[in-house]
Design a protein around this ligand. Structure first.
Ligand code: HEC
Length: 195
């Protein structure tokens, strides 16, 4: 704390802090938190929807979908407006194929290391103009559709909390934890082609 500040300045500061705590406690109290700080309360519906599903997919919720259903979601939820009728034409980035190059300003999903991350991204971030509108089933279906279009799963494969984490992404082996460095250590990604 600034020692040169007069005593009444510190009092004002403490009062402001107290007011802040009181204010932040109010919504928590409404949710029946048993903690005076308001921490430890249940997640709100919006927070629950924003929860990140880790790459190993351990927290994936119930639900399922396949590529045929996903093609319908892709159209009905407006994905095609930005990504193109088949996900390749744009105007926004292509969701099918694509290489990681020094000039690519995005990381094509077929190069992502873990399939649950695709589900997580779509569920929380897409559609770009209305994030959060997809149901869990719709997110599974449209993820299945994009994995199928990228030749990673078959057209019939059903994606759910069990099957999605089991998918081995084609570039998975490019992602390694850094080992002990030696002058011979290879740099960069093998899939990062110079273009
Ligand atoms: C309003 C335009 C718009 C709509 C609608 C939209 N997207 Fe996107 N999408 C984007 C943009 C822009 C990006 C790139 C975002 C970024 O890099 O920050 C993106 C990125 C993505 C990515 C990540 C691709 C990568 O390789 O990084 C996926 C997957 C995706 N969108 C799927 C979908 C799906 C599925 C839907 C429909 C439910 C959808 N999008 C609807 C604009 C849109």
């Amino acid at each position: 704390m600034d020692r040169s500040r007069p005593w009444w300045g510190r009092v004002a500061c403490a009062a402001a802090l107290a007011a802040l705590f009181a204010a932040s406690g109010a919504p928590a109290a409404a949710q029946e938190s048993h903690s005076p700080s308001g921490l430890g309360r249940p997640l709100t519906a919006a927070e629950e929807r924003d929860r990140i599903i880790g790459p190993e997919g351990a927290d994936l919720p119930p639900g399922s979908g396949n590529a045929a259903e996903g093609a319908i979601v892709f159209e009905r939820r407006g994905c095609s407006i930005c990504h193109g009728p088949t996900g390749e034409e744009g105007p926004s980035i292509s969701l099918v194929g694509g290489d990681v190059t020094t000039r690519t300003n995005y990381w094509p999903i077929r190069h992502w290391p873990f399939a649950p991350s695709i589900w997580d991204y779509i569920r929380r971030v897409m559609p770009y103009d209305r994030p959060g509108i997809l149901s869990d089933d719709e997110a599974y279906a449209v993820t299945a559709y994009l994995l199928y279009r990228n030749d990673i799963i078959s057209e019939e494969a059903v994606m759910d909390a069990e099957s999605l984490p089991r998918i081995r992404m084609p570039s998975r082996d490019d992602y390694v934890m850094p080992g002990t460095w030696t002058p011979e250590t290879r740099r960069g990604f093998p899939s990062l082609t110079e273009r």
